[in-house]
Design a protein around this ligand. Sequence first.
Ligand SMILES: [Zn+2]
Length: 62
Amino acid sequence: MPQIICPTCHQTFASEKTSAMPFCSVRCQRIDLGRWLNEEQGLPCEPEDIDEDEGIQEYSTN
Ligand SMILES: [Zn+2]
């Protein structure tokens, strides 16, 4: 029978023993999903804090 490695707990398990493929259990599926959602929400929102004062040098083309 096919042995699958659970992405969450890294245990090998039989594919026919779970309905939460590719995880060994619904618990591991939820853990992975939660981790995934946390990463999505944890994206750093970049503050618009662009420093444009420096770098601009006044010079005349005359
Ligand atoms: Zn697992």
